[in-house]
Design a protein around this ligand. Structure first.
Ligand code: 16G
Length: 169
């Protein structure tokens, strides 16, 4: 997985987090019980998800090897709660010399833990990983207007003549 061949502990960004009150690590099955889905509800609707639903989807994602990389931040003190999460999805293509395109998805930080740069740690780590380990030729993301400034700090920008279109069902 990501985090076996990518030493999070070596990352300067993560050092404070390891020494302090948080742990950054890949999502695990037991995170269901630590409030992972409730954290995602702060981003969008999740419906009713039982442990069986969660485990089934977790296994499906894992079986798609080298594709889904979810990082979580866990509070070491407050009930071992999951307080941050973000996912990198790597899409393999024929174009760009059989290249790989990355997408940053489902970035969420608990309302109660704002202002501690937890979102920055997640986005930085996944962005570096996408570039250095997955060899992505580009990474993209979609976000609300008020978050454009936040993502621009990591080098994400609007591209000329590229629009985000969406059809909902
Ligand atoms: C945001 C998220 C996207 C997520 C979507 C959920 C980031 C960078 N973007 O656009 O990943 O899937 O919200 O909203 O985290 P939806 O439920 O309306 O699709």
């Amino acid at each position: 997985s990501i985090f076996q061949d990518y030493s999070l502990r070596d990352s300067k960004l993560c050092r404070n987090i390891y020494d302090g009150k948080y742990i950054v690590r890949p999502l695990g099955k037991s995170d269901f019980d630590q409030g992972y889905i409730d954290l995602l509800r702060q981003l969008t609707e999740c419906g009713t998800i039982t442990y069986d639903d969660y485990e089934k989807r977790f296994n499906e994602l894992k079986e798609s090897s080298n594709t889904y990389y979810t990082l979580i931040i866990q509070d070491k003190n407050v009930d071992q709660r999951i307080v941050g999460s973000a996912t990198l999805v790597c899409e393999k293509k024929f174009i760009r010399q059989c290249g790989t395109r990355g997408r940053i998805e489902d970035v969420v930080v608990d309302d109660r833990c704002r202002g501690q740069q937890l979102g920055k740690v997640l986005v930085d780590l996944l962005t570096q990983f996408a570039r250095d380990k997955c060899d992505c030729y580009k990474i993209s993301l979609e976000c609300k207007d008020h978050l454009v400034n936040f993502y621009q700090k990591f080098g994400y920008k609007h591209e000329d003549q590229q629009n985000y279109l969406c059809r909902r069902f």
